[in-house]
Design a protein around this ligand. Structure first.
Ligand SMILES: [Zn+2]
Length: 106
Protein backbone atom coordinates (compact mmCIF):
# COMPACT_ATOMS: atom_id res chain seq x y z
CA UNK A 1 0.00 0.00 0.00
CA UNK A 2 1.17 3.51 -0.73
CA UNK A 3 2.56 5.26 2.30
CA UNK A 4 0.29 8.28 1.91
CA UNK A 5 -2.76 6.03 1.68
CA UNK A 6 -1.69 4.33 4.89
CA UNK A 7 -1.36 7.73 6.58
CA UNK A 8 -4.75 8.79 5.25
CA UNK A 9 -6.34 5.63 6.67
CA UNK A 10 -4.80 6.33 10.08
CA UNK A 11 -6.15 9.90 10.04
CA UNK A 12 -9.62 8.80 8.96
CA UNK A 13 -9.68 5.93 11.47
CA UNK A 14 -8.89 8.37 14.26
CA UNK A 15 -11.60 10.70 12.97
CA UNK A 16 -14.15 7.86 12.70
CA UNK A 17 -13.36 6.86 16.28
CA UNK A 18 -14.15 10.30 17.61
CA UNK A 19 -17.52 10.71 15.91
CA UNK A 20 -20.00 8.50 14.07
CA UNK A 21 -19.38 8.50 10.29
CA UNK A 22 -21.24 6.86 7.46
CA UNK A 23 -19.38 4.62 5.03
CA UNK A 24 -19.71 7.31 2.35
CA UNK A 25 -18.25 9.92 4.66
CA UNK A 26 -15.34 7.64 5.52
CA UNK A 27 -14.67 6.83 1.87
CA UNK A 28 -14.80 10.41 0.69
CA UNK A 29 -12.63 11.49 3.60
CA UNK A 30 -10.01 8.84 2.78
CA UNK A 31 -10.06 10.05 -0.81
CA UNK A 32 -9.62 13.71 0.05
CA UNK A 33 -7.04 13.08 2.78
CA UNK A 34 -5.06 10.66 0.60
CA UNK A 35 -5.27 13.08 -2.32
CA UNK A 36 -4.07 15.92 -0.13
CA UNK A 37 -1.14 13.91 1.21
CA UNK A 38 -0.29 12.62 -2.27
CA UNK A 39 -0.20 16.22 -3.46
CA UNK A 40 2.19 17.16 -0.68
CA UNK A 41 4.39 14.14 -1.29
CA UNK A 42 4.37 14.79 -5.03
CA UNK A 43 5.33 18.41 -4.49
CA UNK A 44 8.24 17.49 -2.25
CA UNK A 45 9.43 14.78 -4.59
CA UNK A 46 10.19 17.29 -7.34
CA UNK A 47 13.95 17.61 -7.73
CA UNK A 48 15.22 21.01 -6.67
CA UNK A 49 17.52 22.91 -8.98
CA UNK A 50 16.52 20.94 -12.04
CA UNK A 51 17.09 24.05 -14.14
CA UNK A 52 20.79 23.94 -13.31
CA UNK A 53 21.11 20.63 -15.16
CA UNK A 54 19.85 22.12 -18.41
CA UNK A 55 22.37 23.04 -21.12
CA UNK A 56 23.67 26.58 -21.14
CA UNK A 57 20.96 28.82 -22.52
CA UNK A 58 22.82 32.09 -22.22
CA UNK A 59 24.13 33.04 -25.68
CA UNK A 60 27.20 34.68 -24.14
CA UNK A 61 28.06 31.62 -22.08
CA UNK A 62 27.44 29.36 -25.03
CA UNK A 63 30.55 30.58 -26.80
CA UNK A 64 33.67 29.17 -25.18
CA UNK A 65 37.21 29.42 -26.42
CA UNK A 66 37.33 26.17 -28.30
CA UNK A 67 33.71 25.30 -28.61
CA UNK A 68 30.24 26.67 -29.06
CA UNK A 69 27.07 25.30 -27.58
CA UNK A 70 24.15 24.93 -29.92
CA UNK A 71 21.35 26.74 -28.14
CA UNK A 72 18.77 24.64 -29.92
CA UNK A 73 19.90 21.25 -28.63
CA UNK A 74 22.55 22.07 -26.02
CA UNK A 75 25.31 20.10 -27.74
CA UNK A 76 28.85 21.40 -27.92
CA UNK A 77 30.62 21.94 -31.23
CA UNK A 78 33.86 23.46 -32.47
CA UNK A 79 31.73 25.27 -35.00
CA UNK A 80 28.04 25.09 -35.60
CA UNK A 81 27.62 24.23 -39.24
CA UNK A 82 24.84 25.43 -41.48
CA UNK A 83 23.98 21.77 -41.92
CA UNK A 84 23.52 21.38 -38.17
CA UNK A 85 21.35 24.48 -37.96
CA UNK A 86 19.35 23.17 -40.86
CA UNK A 87 18.56 20.10 -38.75
CA UNK A 88 16.78 22.52 -36.41
CA UNK A 89 15.08 24.21 -39.36
CA UNK A 90 17.23 27.35 -39.02
CA UNK A 91 19.66 29.17 -41.24
CA UNK A 92 22.78 30.75 -39.74
CA UNK A 93 21.10 34.15 -40.06
CA UNK A 94 17.95 32.98 -38.29
CA UNK A 95 19.99 31.35 -35.54
CA UNK A 96 21.99 34.54 -34.94
CA UNK A 97 18.81 36.61 -34.96
CA UNK A 98 17.01 34.21 -32.63
CA UNK A 99 19.73 34.29 -29.98
CA UNK A 100 20.86 37.86 -30.46
CA UNK A 101 24.32 37.14 -31.84
CA UNK A 102 25.93 39.87 -33.86
CA UNK A 103 25.83 39.46 -37.62
CA UNK A 104 29.61 39.19 -37.59
CA UNK A 105 29.62 36.31 -35.08
CA UNK A 106 30.81 33.15 -36.75
ZN1 LIG B 1 21.72 21.74 -32.30
Amino acid sequence: MEEYLQSALEIVKAQAGSRPMTEDEILSMIKSVAGGIAGLVGGQALPVGEDAALPAQDPKKAIKEASIVCLECGKSFKVITKKHLASHGLTAEEYRAKYGYKKTQA
